[in-house]
Design a protein around this ligand. Structure first.
Ligand code: SF4
Length: 292
C-alpha cells in the first residue's frame, strides 16, 4: 500500500487565526475572566476537547446569561449576526472578534448590497453558522440550498418584482460548480444577476488538491470533523469522482479494509489540526509496513 497526501490540506488561515486568538484570550483572562465561544470554536472534536480542558466554555446563543460583564466572548471564524453582537455588547461582554476576514468580506458585501436596494440570494446550508451570520446583514435575503430551490425562489420573486436588482452571494465553502448551477437557475429569471465571488481560496485550494489527488489513488481518507462543512464537501467531491472514501475524525475511525487498496490518498478539511493529520498518516504508514 502506498500513501499519497493532498498537496494542500488542513488548517486554513481563518481557522488558524481563530485558534490563536482563542489561545491568547485564554492566557490573558486566566484566573480573572470566564472565556466563552458562541457555539463550538471550530468543527473538530479533539481541538474542542483541548480548549475545554483549558477552561473555554461554549455559550448557547438561545440561552445567553443576563450578565456577561466579567466575561470574554470569542466570535468564531464563521461570524455572527450584528444583532447578536449588539446583544452581547449590551450584556457587558468583552468581544474578541475571530470572524475570518473572508467571511467578514461577505458580511460587508451583503450589507452594502442591501443598502443600495439589491434582493440577495444566498447559496449555502440554511442552518450553518456562517449563513446565519451573513443573513443578519441582509435580513430579506433568500437562502437557497440547490439549483431547484434557487429556481423556485427566483420564480416567486419574479412574479412580485420582475425588475428587481438581484445579487448572489455564497457560503465560502460551496463547490464552484454548485454555485454556478445555482447562479444559472436564478439567471433564467434575472439575467442581470450580479454574481459575487465569495468562495474562499483556502476551500478552492483544498478542493482542487483533492480533485488532482483522486485519479492517482484507489481509495481516500478525508481527515476532519463530521460537523465541518468543508470536510464533508471534500468527501462528497471524492465520492462524486467514483472513489471509495471515508471521513475520519480520529485514528480509530480508519477502516480496516483500507489495507486492501494499493494506493491510498489522504486529504483534510480546513479545520483539521496538523497533529491529527500526522497521527493518521503515521497509522496508515504502519499499516503499509505491516502489509509489506
Ligand atoms: S475556510 Fe476560508 S472562509 Fe472559512 S475560515 Fe478558512 S479561510 Fe476563512
Amino acid at each position: 500500500m502506498k500513501l499519497i497526501k493532498a498537496e494542500v490540506l488542513g488548517y486554513c488561515m481563518g481557522v488558524r487565526r481563530a485558534v490563536t486568538m482563542a489561545e491568547e484570550a485564554l492566557k490573558a483572562a486566566a484566573g480573572v475572566h470566564r472565556v466563552y465561544t458562541l457555539g463550538p470554536l471550530i468543527h473538530n472534536p479533539q481541538v474542542l476537547e483541548q480548549f475545554r480542558s483549558q477552561g473555554l466554555e461554549v455559550l448557547d446563543e438561545a440561552k445567553l446569561p443576563e450578565d456577561l460583564r466579567s466575561a470574554v466572548v470569542i466570535i468564531r471564524a464563521h461570524g455572527i449576526t450584528p444583532q447578536l453582537e449588539t446583544a452581547l455588547a449590551c450584556k457587558g461582554a468583552r468581544l474578541v472578534d475571530a470572524t475570518c476576514p473572508t467571511v467578514k468580506k461577505s458580511q460587508m458585501k451583503a450589507c452594502s448590497l442591501t443598502e443600495v436596494g439589491y434582493r440577495i440570494f444566498l447559496a449555502g446550508e440554511r442552518c450553518h453558522g456562517e449563513v446565519i451570520g451573513i443573513q443578519g446583514y441582509a435580513p430579506a435575503c433568500l437562502v437557497v440550498g440547490d439549483p431547484g430551490e434557487a429556481e423556485e425562489r427566483a420564480q416567486t420573486l419574479y412574479r412580485s418584482a420582475p425588475a428587481a436588482k438581484t445579487a448572489l452571494l455564497g457560503q465560502t465553502t460551496i463547490a464552484p460548480d454548485e454555485y454556478l448551477g445555482i447562479a444559472q437557475a436564478i439567471q433564467a429569471y434575472f439575467p442581470n444577476l450580479e454574481i459575487i465571488d465569495t468562495i474562499c481560496k483556502a476551500t478552492r485550494d483544498r478542493q482542487h488538491a483533492l480533485s488532482k489527488l483522486c485519479p492517482q489513488v484507489d481509495a481516500l481518507l478525508v481527515a476532519g470533523g463530521k460537523e465541518s462543512a468543508n470536510t464533508r464537501r471534500l468527501l462528497a467531491i471524492a465520492e462524486a469522482q467514483g472513489k471509495q472514501a471515508w471521513l475520519v475524525e480520529r485514528v480509530a475511525d480508519i477502516p480496516p479494509e483500507i489495507r486492501a487498496y494499493p494506493v491510498v490518498g489522504l486529504a483534510a478539511g480546513a479545520s483539521t489540526p496538523d497533529e491529527l493529520i500526522g497521527l493518521i498518516a503515521k497509522a496508515l504508514n504502519r499499516a503499509l509496513k505491516r502489509k509489506a
